[in-house]
Design a protein around this ligand. Structure first.
Ligand code: GA4
Length: 334
């Protein structure tokens, strides 16, 4: 197995996210539907405000995550390894990818949450599992609302064609709590001549990749680090906004919209001074769900781009590849 160490970032063009669409969910519905569809086509990313998830629900989840990551390593490791769910540190997936991140990966079934919570700490396990339950329920609701708005915006006959995959009791959604500790980059470690710590370099916390699922609902604290790849070597740095959710299209959505929406590559960098905390809810269909383009989005001039597959087949391919691999290409029609 080849183990890739995190690489420092150099010589890339980073632009600010000044143009990333901000969708106000309290605005007029037909305007919102159009703006979201446009954002999914142009960027694969957008921010939502007035999203209806209460401050308390978010704060409880963030407090619980913070106190988990503040525990001694031996205690955190009792909730690991992340195979497939639990605590992980630096190792990402099963193919040797590494990053400057520690995380808790949770399958959102109440049973798994309760089991993992028990390994966390006997006295606080109930509080932890309640925070996870409340948070996942609220963000799932938000995801369903967004998927219904998108169904309307795309003018497909069954506007719940996407949301029903997430509402399904067997939906394979995952919650990922990430902690990126501050890392001061010392050029000397990289074999350079300057031995003083350099503050304007970052390291890769979570390497470049696209998300495999349908939609990702991400909330981060006020520390930046998320970057979106708009073209090779050009990155948009997303300004952190703890009051907004950052939403992105995943590979499944690109396939279901026959390439109309884009599952854009992104990455997270560490900050030199401050801890970055993020909480990502990955909306996935049930394992046996058949994924293919919605018929209304296929036309003689726009033939179906991908072969049909199940989410289980896609997931298997995902876990057999490296983080940065373009896995949707494996399912492209010849
Ligand atoms: C990327 C998106 C989600 O964080 C994740 C990741 C998963 C993991 O950490 O176990 C993967 C990665 C993600 C895609 C490629 C494979 C699987 C690590 C990895 C190397 C939970 C997911 O669903 O896919």
């Amino acid at each position: 197995m080849v183990v890739a160490s995190p690489t420092p970032i150099r010589d890339e063009k980073i632009v600010s996210d000044i143009d990333l669409p901000i969708i106000d969910l309290s605005a007029e519905r037909s305007t919102v539907t159009k703006l979201i569809v446009q954002a999914c086509e142009d960027y694969g990313f957008f921010k939502v405000i007035n999203h209806g998830v209460t401050k308390d629900t978010i704060a409880n989840m963030e407090d619980q995550s913070l106190s988990f990551f503040a525990k001694p390593m031996a205690e955190k490791q009792r909730a690991g390894p992340a195979n497939p769910f639990g605590y992980g540190c630096k190792n990402i997936g099963f193919s040797g990818d590494m990053g400057e991140v520690e995380y808790l990966l949770l399958n959102t079934s109440p049973l798994t949450i309760a089991q993992i919570s028990k390994t966390i700490s006997n006295d606080s396990s109930k509080i932890f599992s309640c925070a996870v339950d409340a948070y996942t329920e609220a963000v799932r609701e938000l995801a369903c609302e967004l998927l219904e708005l998108i169904g309307e915006g795309l003018r497909v006959p069954d506007t719940s064609v996407f949301s029903k995959l997430i509402r399904d009791v067997d939906s394979d959604a995952v919650l990922r709590l990430n902690h990126y500790p501050p890392i001061m980059h010392n050029k000397d470690c990289e074999g350079g001549r300057d031995t003083s710590p350099s503050y304007n370099h970052s390291k890769v916390g979570f390497g470049e990749h696209s998300d495999p699922q349908i939609l990702t609902i991400l909330r981060s604290n006020d520390v930046g680090g998320l970057q979106i790849s708009v073209e090779d070597g050009v990155w948009i740095a997303v300004t952190p906004d703890p009051t907004a959710f950052c939403v992105n299209v995943g590979d499944m959505f690109q396939a279901m919209t026959n390439g109309r929406f884009v599952s854009v590559r992104h990455r997270a960098l560490t900050n030199s001074y401050k801890s970055r905390m993020s909480m990502a809810y990955f909306c996935a269909p049930p394992l046996n769900a058949k994924i293919s383009a919605v018929p209304d989005l296929v036309a003689p001039q726009r033939l179906s781009l991908y072969k049909p597959f199940t989410w289980a087949e896609y997931k298997k391919a995902t876990y057999s590849l490296r983080l940065g691999d373009s896995r949707l290409e494996l399912f492209r029609r010849g």
